[in-house]
Design a protein around this ligand. Structure first.
Ligand code: GTP
Length: 524
């Protein structure tokens, strides 16, 4: 079951997993709260309060019974205390009633109902008893001294005046009455009542023999005895009913039920405390497990981060290396795109680009740009005689030697084969430019040996030039075509010379003698 649950959790989405975790925490918290509440159970103060109330009720009930007993035997005060305990008893019973729902026990509820009903019953009976008891008490307290008093009187002058036989008989009747009344008071019964009635009749029959004062006393005694005769049975009945109300029994029962309920609640509380302890231990283990998992996760995350960082650094390094490589390759490609691989000179494409810029500058500054188209003479023979490699070497030597004689801002390009182009900017004079052409011729002719082989080459050079806005208007292609055409004429005229294009333009002012017409040319 747990394995299936764990599998389901593992295969669920992170959001679902979060929901399940929240639900689990909620269930655990609810269970904890439930166990905590059950382990609290009843408040011990309630138990103490109940027990104190019960003890006080028992005490008050005993006092009440004692007062009833005192009233029964005629020892009670003139106003007997037969209902004085009631207000406090009602209060205590009400307080017990408040504790009943807290126990949640049906037997406690039933015992409490029984107590309340017993108290009500006893209250009604005690009230009747209180109303009924005073004349009885009065008769009971009156009779014995009255009989004694009469007997004393009979022993005196009254006894001497009356016939002795009657005096003795009255004395005996009085003795019998007192004895019978006392017995009747304890245990009234119809035969005893009949006998007392007889005795009273006997006493009354003797009244004629005595003085009016004695007769009055005899009447009073007879009246008191009759009150006792009449009231005693009802009083005893009421007392029996009061005892039958069984308030003490109800109190006992309620005390037992309360104790049983509290003990049961205590046992439940102890049981749930045990559960709570065990559950807390399980929770602690869960927490420890979760903590371990969390620590493990953090460690794994740390390791992954570390590896990622290392991989990132490696990647960055590789990217940097690759970028540098690409930059180098790109520069090489750019160089290849702009340069001739054999001689290292710029190629046709780069030449035209530089020429366009030079023409634009010439337009702005009204300066002169010169193009010299060079085609080697006799180069094919080198190739044919010594091979292509030697021809290459010758081309490289030509390039280097001519380049050495040019200014940094001048350009030398190889167009392909044995064709080269010189571009001069800011040319100050025609003569200066021609001297550059002558120098180039001389440099080329100076290549007389290559790879240990004798070489005889020269060059035909066609020269074109343009000035100012005219230069920009004609453009690079026209300038190159004019120079090419002039070179062709140089070839036609016998090679080894330079020819100036008829369209060539030169600086407006003649060059000063100091600068020789090509003031900024290092070749001068
Ligand atoms: N070694 C070498 N030879 C090349 C290269 N490019 C072209 N050539 C050769 O250069 C020669 C050029 O021919 P030409 O200009 O007719 O030869 P030339 O002897 O100078 O003749 P003219 O120009 O008429 O004076 C050809 O034989 C091409 O094969 C190269 O890169 N290296």
């Amino acid at each position: 079951m747990v394995a299936v649950l764990a599998q389901r959790v593992a295969s669920s989405t992170p959001r679902r997993r979060l929901q399940l975790a929240g639900l689990a925490v909620l269930v655990l918290a609810l269970l904890l709260a439930f166990l905590y509440i059950r382990s609290e159970a009843a408040d011990p103060e309630v138990r103490n309060d109940v027990m104190l109330s019960l003890r006080e009720l028992e005490k008050l009930d005993a006092e009440w019974d004692a007062n009833i007993l005192r009233a029964h035997i005629g020892r009670a005060p003139a106003t007997p205390q037969l209902t004085t305990q009631l207000p406090r008893m009602r209060e205590l019973v009400a307080r017990l009633g408040e504790a009943v729902p807290e126990t949640g026990s049906a037997p406690v509820g039933a015992a409490y109902t029984q107590l309340r009903e017993a108290l009500q019953r006893k209250e009604v009976l005690a009230t009747q008893f209180a109303r009924h008891n005073p004349p009885l008490r009065e008769a009971l307290t009156y009779l014995p001294p009255a009989v004694a008093d009469l007997k004393t009187e009979l022993g005196g002058i009254e006894g001497a005046l009356a016939p002795a036989r009657l005096v003795v008989r009255l004395d005996a009747s009085l003795n019998a009455l007192l004895s019978e009344i006392l017995r009747y008071n304890v245990a009234p019964s119809p035969p005893l009542a009949a006998r007392i009635d007889e005795t009273l009749g006997d006493i009354a029959a003797q009244e004629i023999a005595f003085s009016p004062a004695v007769v009055e006393k005899m009447d009073a005694i007879i009246k008191a005895a009759r009150v006792i005769l009449e009231k005693r049975p009802l009083g005893n009945r009421l007392e029996a009913q009061i005892a039958g109300a069984a308030l003490d029994t109800a109190l006992d029962r309620l005390g037992r039920e309360f104790t049983r309920s509290f003990d049961a609640a205590l046992a439940v509380r102890e049981r749930y405390r045990g559960y709570l302890f065990a559950y807390s231990a399980v929770l602690l283990m869960l927490l420890a497990y979760a903590g371990m998992r969390l620590r493990r996760s953090y460690r794994i995350i740390g390791e992954v981060n570390h590896r990622l960082q290392a991989a990132n650094e490696t990647l960055e390094q590789r990217v940097a290396e690759r970028t540098a490589e690409l930059e180098t390759q790109s520069k090489q490609l750019e160089r290849l795109a702009q340069h001739d691989s054999l001689t290292g000179l710029i190629n046709y494409r780069q030449l035209t680009r530089l020429l366009e810029r030079a023409l634009a500058r010439a337009n702005r500054r009204d300066s002169v740009v010169v193009i010299m188209f060079i085609d080697l003479d006799g180069f094919k023979a080198v190739n044919d005689t010594y091979g292509h490699a030697t021809g290459d070497l010758v081309l490289q030597m030509v390039a280097r030697r001519v380049q050495e004689k040019l200014r940094a801002e001048d350009a030398l390009a190889r167009l392909g084969g044995d064709e080269f182009v010189i571009m001069l900017e800011e040319v100050a004079s025609r003569e200066g430019a021609l001297r550059v052409a002558q120098l180039a011729l001389d440099q080329i002719k100076s290549v007389t040996e290559a790879d240990g082989n004798p070489v005889a080459i020269s060059a035909s050079i066609g020269i074109s030039s343009a000035r100012g806005h005219e230069a920009a208007a004609r453009g690079s292609a026209a300038l190159l075509a004019e120079a090419d055409k002039a070179m062709y004429e140089a070839k036609q005229s016998g090679k080894g010379v330079f020819v100036i294009s008829p369209q060539a333009q030169w600086p407006a002012l003649p060059a000063t003698p100091e600068d020789g017409g090509h003031a900024r040319n290092p070749l001068e």
